[in-house]
Design a protein around this ligand. Sequence first.
Ligand code: UDX
Length: 451
Amino acid sequence: MIALKCPEIKVTVVDLNKEKIKEWNSDDLPIYEPGLDEIVKQCRGKNLFFSHDIPKAIEEADLIFISVNTPTKMYGRGKGMAPDLKHVESVARTIAKYAQGPKIVVEKSTVPVKAAQSILHILKEAQAHDQKLHFQVLSNPEFLAEGTAIVDLANPDRVLIGGESSNKGLAAIAQLVRIYEHWVPRERIITTNTWSSELTKLAANTFLAQKISSINAISAICEATGADVREVAHAVGYDSRIGSKFLQASVGFGGSCFQKDVLSLVYLCEILNLKPAADYWHGVIEINNWQRRRFSDNIIKELFNTVTDKRIALFGFAFKKNTADTRESSAIYIAKHLLKERAKLHFYDPKVTETTMRHDLRRVTENELVDKLVTIHSCPYEAAKDAHAVVVLTEWDEFKTLDYEKIYENMQKPASIFDGRLILDQTNLRKIGFRVFAIGSAPTQSFNLFP
Ligand code: UDX
């Protein structure tokens, strides 16, 4: 987006992974994101370059964005909660090693509060030994969501820049503001101190995840009482203090950010000795896991309390529509629960590859179950053929317009459909003959042996 909006700025994207860089320089970009292809192809070779020559890029740059991943740490202190900062630190050390003049280092990766301080410590060490060096570290968290990345970048709600309040800090902030000002109205560019900026990113993602867990917790009450979560969400969201966005009840949130960032905030509360705050935010994760479990249990219950050897078609594997990303997708956990019960799972997703699906499932369940019980299809009608149930796990638009009469014809009877995303026309499905179960509404033809 910087390359597109600022023709006078040269943007070089560097990575250690030569294969990835090769892909970025090819016709087949390594990630699917609506609108990205056109922009890369428009700017590449003019003011946008992809390279693995990291020392040269550091030497040439005035501003350096650290944009590496910070996954949840899976070992040692903070295991399963704290974000892993080893890539951030390694980039800071690389900058310290190759920089030959003043640099503004921008922390773009999502990091815990005070991470900028650690980066600065490493850079200051280099600065102490070389008069020509001077480093300023800014925090500039990214708020784009996958699937809408280009739209979000082109028209952000806000851009946040945090930095030191010294003269040099303010001057660095002003330089970054000038870049964003090319396309973002000045009043939408917020400047704060570094720590506020770092905390805002974690707080924003935690608030968003909390909103989903709140409506999902309400969806459970709806199922038990006869209220309809779509009606409740609509009426609640009409209150402008609450707002209508992110109130879509679902099989639970997925993606690379929400769980990781909520856990990072919980860990921060714990190390600051703020136990009630840690427990409060951890509830967001607990509700999410519960929602996935509840949905899987409902499938089993509605299929007469046994899914062993039953064929179940799962529509969608990505964590949301318009992306091939499957990180922390609820589909993985719902499949895991069903595989434990020895159901035969037939998947269809418009973008996710068979290799990715098998890899993700093997990470959470025994290889043998995946090999024996999982089949991947490239056509939804094939996936649903002879199935006892169809389960919608991702809100891909194409699932709304499938020929459900045809699907029903070719399924075992009674044929059930489970809408984990509330995207299907339930009335029409019932008219066709389906037993319908949707998140957040009481099933009308529920099998009540074990209510
Ligand atoms: C999120 C934040 O939105 C973004 O600001 C941040 O920079 C990165 O993390 P992303 O993970 O790409 O973005 O997707 P998002 O659209 O937020 O969806 C996350 C998950 O929540 C998805 O699984 C989605 O299906 C689910 N979701 C979203 C719901 O279940 N209900 C909703 O109402 C909204």
